[in-house]
Design a protein around this ligand. Structure first.
Ligand SMILES: C[S@@+](CC[C@H](N)C(=O)[O-])C[C@H]1O[C@@H](n2cnc3c(N)ncnc32)[C@H](O)[C@@H]1O
Length: 227
């Protein structure tokens, strides 16, 4: 706690986006639920979730996406997984009624080794989390393993190379500095084409991406199907 208070504020926020922990992590979880709301709604539109679908949200943070997904999969099931115990508490609280009814499950676990059986889900989503995974291919291979044949994966990022082609003023003067800083901290800023290439390499078919280059720092959602 004392140590985290001594960190510079921006660093503290960045560390807690990567892996929320302690009091600051709890606050950042609530902040993300607000800040990522429109991105999440857009990503969920791309997923075309059906009433009876079983959906997994990897890196679920405070569980706002789970709540929105559960409203779509109203006859199905939504699971969330995150490696931050604080986020598991927050996501469970945000979805308490659905958890009690058995329609939402929230589990502590790692994207590198998902705590679910093979062929369990119709949709696997990961919103604003892939940059933090130590091995992207391992995470995508895990997503592929837990999807049923015909199931869809959706990888969504708020910061991408899609913004670079025709940057807005905010992207040019603020965004570029921020993404450069993020890259120095070890985050790779990816393009839609790089994401689709990785999905294909992980065994998915029909990989494609949609983007909103002028939103935030270049929204991108890469989609594909398990054969
Ligand atoms: C920037 S937050 C995004 C949270 C949420 N998806 C949203 O859009 O608000 C990234 C989340 O991914 C989680 N995360 C990062 N790496 C992970 C991993 N290897 N396994 C599980 N969760 C991970 C973090 O704990 C954090 O909650």
């Amino acid at each position: 706690m004392v140590e985290s208070l001594l960190l510079k504020p921006l660093e503290l926020i960045e560390n807690n986006f990567r892996r929320p922990s302690g009091f600051a992590g709890g606050l950042v979880g609530h902040l993300m639920a607000i800040q990522h709301r429109t991105l999440t709604e857009w990503a969920i539109e791309q997923m075309r979730i059906q009433l009876g679908d079983h959906v997994l949200d990897v890196g679920c943070g405070g569980g706002m996406a789970i709540k929105l997904m559960a409203a779509k999969a109203s006859h199905g099931l939504v699971a969330g997984v995150d490696y931050s115990p604080e986020m598991i508490v927050q996501a469970s609280g945000r979805n308490a009624a659905a958890v009690a009814r058995g329609r939402v499950q929230v589990k502590l676990g790692n994207a590198m080794e998902l705590p679910f059986s093979d062929d369990s889900f119709d949709v696997v989503s990961a919103i604003e989390t892939l940059y933090f995974w130590p091995d992207y291919m391992q995470g995508l291979t895990e997503a592929h393993r837990v999807l049923r044949p015909g199931g869809r994966v959706a990888i969504t990022l708020e910061m991408s190379r899609e913004a670079a082609a025709n940057p807005t003023l905010v992207q040019k003067y603020f965004g570029r500095r921020f993404t450069e800083r993020s890259e120095r901290a070890g985050l790779h800023i990816l393009s839609g084409a790089e994401l689709t290439a990785m999905l294909t390499e992980a065994g998915f078919r029909e990989a494609r991406f949609v983007s909103e280059p002028s939103k935030s720092l270049g929204w991108v959602c890469a989609l594909a199907t398990k054969p």
